[in-house]
Design a binder for this molecule. Sequence first.
Ligand code: BGC
Length: 839
Amino acid sequence: MNHITSDPLDRHRFPLDDWALVETHVDADDEGTTETLFALGNGYLGFRGNVEEGRDGHVHGTFINGFHETWPIRHAEEAFGFARVGQTIVNAPDTKVVRLYVDDEPLILNDADLLSFERRLDFKTGVLSRELEWRTPSGKRVHIRSRRMVSFTDRHLAVLDYEVTLLDADASLVLSSQIINRQDRQDDYLTNAPEPGMGDPRKAESLTERVLQPRYKLIDGPRAMLGYQTTNSGMTIVAGADHTIETENEYEVSTHIEADLAKHVYTIRGRAGVPTKLTKIISYHTSNAVPPKELADRCARTLDRSAENGIESAIRNQELWLEDFWARSDVEVHGQPAIQQATRWNLFQLAQASARTDGGGVAAKGVSGSGYGGHYFWDTEVYVLPFLSYTAPLVARNALRFRQNMLDAARSRATELNQHGALFPWRTINGLESSAYYAAGTAQYHIDADISYALRQYVAATGDEDFLARGAVDIFVETARMWADLGFWRANGKDSFHIYGVTGPDEYTTVVNDNLYTNVMARSNLLSAVEAVERLREDDPASFERLVTRLSLDDAEVREWQRAAEHMHIPFDKRLGIHPQDAQFLEKELWDLDHTPPEHLPLLLHFHPLVIYRFQVLKQADVVLALLLQGDHFTDEEKLADFDYYDPLTTGDSTLSAVVQSIIAAEVGYQRLALKYFWSALFVDLANLHRNTPDGVHVASTGGVWSALVLGFAGMRDHGGVISFSPRLPVDWQGITFRLTVKGTRVRISVRRTEMRFTVEEGDSASFVVGGGNVIVEAGTTVTVPLDNQGPHLVGEPSASDIEGSRRADGSLITVSMPTIALGPADTESIPIIQPQSE
Ligand code: BGC
């Protein structure tokens, strides 16, 4: 990927602002990116940052978490147990359209003569606003102000207003407010064209058949509603809007409704200097099965209640909600305005992706785009949940309950793969495995351990043992059963437990034996299960008995988990002094990343998987991620040696990588490199560094940005439930301040070069370890702890040339190379397709 070491944004266009992302001129060339950057969402409902006028747009997108269509996956060559049900998030009816015509000329933002323009996504109010002045082709100046918001307090609610004032001449104005089914139709006058961009696995499948079957429509005074049922998955949706117009101008209103379009058209005799404001209160309700008519009633209730309270009250509630969010979640980076603004944008995205999922998952793109089909991955547990567990425990609990509710499907999937226990799907919306490519999908059994890791971390951070007693403990038990059954014993001198035929996080190496990450995470999963079961037996015998009955648990299997964990094989290569990524990894040639032209990245878009699999080359951190999550099982020397080995082989083709590389680089002492990876993660979307931001926000990376600050630069670890700090503040930073909520106590923590400060902001007390000593902070006090240093400082960066020349076990030399022939996606189009001869 493109790494950066300084602020990549054009500050004339995106000026610095601590609490907002601001844009001062429109650029059609990166419309897809800005639609993502200015997207609004609450975890349930998401609006891309499309302009209200509704015509220009890379992708007009409205997404509801989990609202998806299914389709049969047709494998060209079938095999038993392959994923069968494809799931793709649906583009929900678009309610944010307000088209403007002045003297019958439409406002088309990309072409318009704009005398001024500002768009602002405000992190404190949660409102996206625009203010612009347009000179119409006939020379009239028109001032436009619009605001919109997707509510955090009422997840079914969104509001927008649109105000037009003619500045120097009278004119006829038309405001056409619409609800459009954009899934099956492009626009009010056009039907859908097939989507471009197929062939990139990171994009959503495009659904070619009609998806939304019309089931309900209503136009009644200022209210419009459209309701649908998806063709295959049978899900239902109703989108509704209420309109209010405020003006001293004369106007008329007409309405129009058909299956895929509802319109309120206001024709206004506009007078110079007299504003006209249209307010739209919007509601969405969705369900797995409830009839659209019932959803329409729910929508009506949301609209009635919100109309009564008014848009200003909704905006005030939003501000209050965000005040609380920032009190729990803000990270201040002192004296670094560009980093500060980008950090807050990333944290704001975390709220937008997760706050009101209320029992749904957190998709890889949140509700900001259709990338990865709206699927949930391990991204949630390993990248987002650390942030949530320490800043928003209720949201973390909901995300884990979502996995708990998926257990039945995970049990069936394990059975289908001939295993005991439960196997969570690699990617899914409805609980069924949806990854059509098993090698980089289903084979990532580590998802079970990732979920267990997040559960254990949540319980340790919050003290919510009750959550386990009420049934979440089943996750530990069923995943431990899966590992105990998947692995097997070998007796080479001493008994050891091995796991074969799995894929680790690095998707450039698949279906291997004894992947280090998988083995250490499985070990931790097994031990968490033993610990949770034993604690329940001790502390809550009634819940323990219920667990035994519910899952037919017996003591012998718990002992077996303990034994498997204790004897888990942890591969280590004595010659190189490193942990091999898997049993065969070190036997392969090295991919020469230093000489790979940047246009051949990401490798997955330019090389067949078989070519990539033949080399030592990583898509993303694998062993290095294990060093973070299971850091108490590795020595400092091992961490440095592993990092030195793997870092030069890591392409960072996944955005899940840079944040982890940043944290471990900081820990082992590559302070400059840590900062480089941090910049690259911080701006991955803001500067579209992976060139796919138009598909939506990289939510895992936004969570990783929090981790890079708190775990990387503040050096926090929480192994075994003990929270410790060993800061690594970048040399030119003054300090950072963040908040953690630990067992109900919220603590503000500041890291400076020579000291750390802890202040209880809410709750009683909390304890931490700094530099080996215990720190106890009580309510109403601030504790200052001096810091001797900021860890080791290594010069330079690890390089592949240090690995070059290493030998395999048989003494042969490992060489550094790469394929000599390489095609781009465009070149493949010129490969002749041989047509079958007709008889
Ligand atoms: C990464 C996975 C990740 C997925 C969704 C892929 O590119 O390799 O680890 O889960 O993206 O973010």
